[in-house]
Design a binder for this molecule. Sequence first.
Ligand code: ATP
Length: 252
Amino acid sequence: MAIRLERVVKRFDDRPVLKDINLAVREGEFVAIVGRSGCGKSTLLRLAAGLDPVSEGSLLRGGKPAEGVDPATRVMFQDARLLPWKSVLDNVRIGIRGVSGKDAELKAREALQLVGLQDRAGDWPSVLSGGQRQRVALARALAGEPRLLLFDEPLGALDALTRIEMQRLIERLWEKRRFTALLVTHDVSEAVALADRVVLIEEGRIALDLPVSLARPRERDSGFAYFEKRILDRVLRTEESGSGLQKLAYDI
Ligand SMILES: Nc1ncnc2c1ncn2[C@@H]1O[C@H](COP(=O)(O)OP(=O)(O)OP(=O)(O)O)[C@@H](O)[C@H]1O
C-alpha cells in the first residue's frame, strides 16, 4: 500500500475532527475525498503529507510508519503559490530535489512540456492566467517525480471550462506517470472524472467508499451521471437524516 491510515483520530484542542479513519490507498491509485466544508478533508491530506501528526492511530507509507514530511510527496493547492520574483522555469525547478545545474533545468523543461507551457519558461508568473499558473504548479509538482501527489482543491478557483481542461490534463498525466493521488474536492463531478475511488467523509468518519468503475478517459455520459448521483444521494440523505449518520455508515 502506498499509504494506510488505521483507526486515525485527529484532534485540535481536544476537539476531534477526524474520529476513526481507516483508509488504504494502493500504489498508483487515484482516490478522491469529498465531504461538506469543514468535515476534515484538508486535515486528512495534511496528515497524509506528514505536515501534521495523527492524535491516535497509525499512518503507514509504503508499509512503514510515516515519520514527518515525506520527500517523495508533493502537494498542489488551490492557489499556485508561485514565487513572483522567479521565472516560470525557476518556479518549476523548486520542485526538483537532489539534481542541480543543467540536469535540473532539463527536468523542469520536460515538466513544462507535459503541461503545455514549454514556450512560457522565461515569463514571470504575473503575466500568466489563473489556469496557466495552476499548470505551472502542476509542472512543479510533477518535476519532483513524486510517488504521492496530494491535491487540495487544486482547481477550485478556476472557471468551469478551464477546470474541465485541467481535469483532463491531470487524468492524462496520471495515466502516463502513475503516481499515487489523493484529491480533495467539493465537486462530486470532478471526483468522478478523476478517481478510481471516491471517499465521502461525514462527521469525522468515512461514510462511503465507492469504486468508480468507468473506463478512461472519462466521458460525461449516463454511466458518469450514475456515479455522481450515487454520491450526491448519499450526501443529501445524510443531511436529511442528521444524527442517522452512524446507521448510514454501515448500510452501504
Ligand atoms: N490547525 C488547526 N487548528 C485548529 N482547528 C483546525 C486546524 N486545522 C483545521 N481545523 C479545524 O478542523 C476542521 C476541519 O478543517 P478542514 O480544513 O480539514 O476541513 P475541510 O473539509 O477541508 O473544509 P473546506 O472544504 O471548507 O476546506 C474545521 O473545523 C477547522 O476549523
